[in-house]
Design a protein. Structure first.
Length: 97
């Protein structure tokens, strides 16, 4: 994990709670199901089920703890599926948009 993601500080106690639900390259279940993908769905929404104040205006709907958990989960998976608008908005350096 990069130092930026480490700075998000997802506590070890919280990581331990998720361990049984994340893909493990050494678990018996992983060996048995290695031909099947392990899928984890995460999302954030506001109390009124909106994701922005209005179209084209980004607005944070989750806090630092949620962001830290999301980055931790991403670090435990081989691939991440996102929408094109997320890719454009986030513009990660690996994507080179």
């Amino acid at each position: 994990m990069s130092s930026t993601r480490d700075a998000l500080n997802f506590p070890e106690s919280e990581r331990a709670k998720m361990a049984d639900y994340l893909p493990s390259k050494t678990s018996i279940a992983a060996a048995h199901l290695k031909s099947l993908p392990h899928t984890t769905l995460t999302y954030a929404t506001s109390i009124d089920s909106q994701i922005t104040i209005s179209p084209g205006i980004g607005s944070p709907i989750s806090g630092p703890a949620s962001k830290a958990m999301t980055h931790y989960l991403r670090s435990k998976h081989d691939a991440i599926l996102i929408g094109v608008n997320t890719a454009i908005a986030d513009n990660p350096p690996e994507l080179k948009l």
